[in-house]
Design a protein around this ligand. Structure first.
Ligand code: NAD
Length: 489
């Protein structure tokens, strides 16, 4: 387990506070945009503007806030293609996936439009002559720090819980994908949000650090790696700020012989190859029952060969490139170390043959068999299209192997035995358990990690806790003299 906060040599080599953000298209290698980082003075001004905007937003009726969020959802839907194109150019996201993510983003906004006017406190049980109740209040200003793997969707799904609860947000998108969040801020203004309620700052990690540490910031929503999440958590603790941390994963998928093996193979390939494997909840660790391991792996390999890897703007494409050269090299290092540790690369392992000569950062769907518990490809988050395959013999062993990880984000079980699903779901150490499906994420469904995969919950009603504070109010209603423990005073 890593607990040190010393910068690694790779981190020390990363761009600094005042470096421009240069966005490079991973498909073509062309520069898409160069943005100056937000200065410390501009950040102070953004916080000051957010403070004013938050007061206005909070004083609006629930119905008025609801109408603004609904209008935002319409604008997101209307601009879905434009936003998806920006994300495709910055990150290599397959355009078709971006379009469906943005439809989903609009749905998130509609859900919060219906939720923002239904934030209730409680009337409490209390003694005779006293009346007590709670009200839920927004925290104030939220720092929302985002990764690059679902930029437009993240700039909506992660800002809605704080906004819906009456907070202002200052968004720090990833240095790899800042453009859709900047556009989203314009749409928020157009939808009727008070000026300053939804702002975006740009820069590398140091700007994110300044934002979360800013004394005017009251709450934090961070989505990203465990290493950065640990730093953010320390900053949150130092400032006594509530923080929702949505971090990395190494999610297990367990396949039993009684499963529908065709469905399981398809579901697992979608689960590990969607977005070129750059999904926090990707089912990256396959545990397959030893009696079907050979047959099932062959099925996976045969189907993986049919997946269309290529230009993300092509409507036929299913898997695009990975986001940047550093990510490409990291994935290749994992594949090389798995081989060096004795595993077998049974499919993929490098550039797809048909794209061998091009520029894009493409990696063929990769299946590594003979993986054992201690290999780095089995323990660490690869964040690429790489499936690590191991085997088990009993249900108990499957649970033990699934839980043998520092992470605890999602998990997946494929079986036709309903009682087994329930038994395993109770024992698996993960924030989400799926049975007979690939990843499901939706606005009304809680999503959060156990262990090093995170703290608190990003979606559904659970998110409200992180975005509000509870105030208790007590009123003496008895009309007799004030009850006193001090006779004679
Ligand atoms: P990252 O941690 O490198 O960066 C995330 C964001 O944090 C970026 O905007 C970055 O500029 C900023 N940042 C960097 N240093 C910072 C600091 N000290 N203080 C504040 N902000 C700082 O992560 P990434 O590479 O952009 O994203 C990939 C990671 O995100 C993966 O680990 C993935 O699993 C995780 N992720 C998790 C979820 C989830 O819901 N659990 C969803 C998507 C991605």
């Amino acid at each position: 387990m890593t607990t040190t906060l010393e910068a690694t040599p790779q981190q020390a080599a990363l761009p600094g506070r005042d470096d421009d953000v240069v966005v490079v298209n991973p498909t073509t290698g062309e520069t898409v945009a160069t943005l100056a980082p937000t200065s410390a003075a501009d950040l102070d001004e953004a916080v000051a503007r957010a403070k004013v905007a938050q007061r206005t937003w909070r004083s609006m009726s629930g119905d008025a806030r609801s109408q603004v969020l609904w209008r935002w959802s319409e604008l997101i839907e209307a601009h879905g293609e434009e936003l998806a194109t920006l994300d495709s150019r910055c990150t290599g996201k397959v355009l078709r996936d971006g379009l469906s993510e943005n439809k989903n983003a609009a749905r998130y906004a509609r859900w919060w439009a219906g939720r923002t006017d239904k934030l209730f406190g409680e009337q409490l049980e209390d003694a005779a002559g006293r009346f007590s109740y709670t009200i839920r209040e927004p925290l104030g200003i939220f720092a929302v720090v985002l990764p690059w793997n679902a930029p437009a969707l993240g700039s909506v799904s992660r800002t809605l819980p704080p906004l819906g609860c009456g907070n202002a947000v200052i968004v720090k998108p990833s240095e790899f994908s800042p453009l859709s969040a900047l556009r989203m801020a314009e749409l928020a203004l157009e939808a009727g949000m008070p000026e300053g309620l939804y702002q975006v700052v740009t820069g590398h990690g140091a700007v994110g650090a300044e934002l979360v540490e800013h004394e005017g910031v009251d709450g934090i929503s961070f989505t990203g790696s465990v290493t950065t999440g640990r730093r953010v958590n320390l900053a949150a603790a130092a400032g006594f700020k509530k923080a929702t941390l949505e971090l990395g994963g190494k999610s297990p998928v367990v396949v039993f012989p009684d499963a529908d093996l065709d469905d399981a193979a398809l579901g697992i390939l979608i689960g590990i190859l969607m977005n070129a494997g750059q999904i926090c909840a990707a089912n990256s660790r396959l545990l397959v029952h030893e009696s079907i391991a050979e047959e099932f792996t062959a099925k996976l390999i045969e189907r993986a060969a049919r997946v269309k890897v290529g230009d993300p703007m092509d409507p036929e494409t299913q898997v695009g490139p990975v986001v940047c050269q550093r990510q490409y090299d990291k994935v290749m290092d994992f594949i090389a170390s798995a081989e060096a540790e004795g595993a077998t690369v049974s499919a993929g392992g490098g550039r797809p043959v048909h794209l061998a000569e091009g520029k894009g950062l493409f990696i063929a769907p990769t299946i590594i068999t003979g993986v054992s518990a201690d290999m780095s490809v089995n323990r660490e988050e690869v964040f690429g299209p790489v499936l690590a395959v191991g085997t088990f013999s009993t249900e108990e062993e499957a649970v033990a192997q699934a839980n043998d990880s520092e992470f605890g984000l999602a998990s997946y079980i494929w079986t036709s035995d309903g009682a087994r699903i329930h038994r395993m779901a109770e024992q698996i150490e993960a924030g989400v358990v799926h049975a007979n499906t690939y990843l499901v994420m939706d606005v009304q469904l809680p999503f959060g990690g156990f262990k090093q995969s995170g703290v608190s919950n990003a979606f559904g009603n659970e998110a409200i806790e992180a975005c509000t504070q509870v105030k208790r109010i007590t009123i003496r209603t008895g009309d007799g003299p004030l009850p006193s423990p001090w006779p004679g005073v």
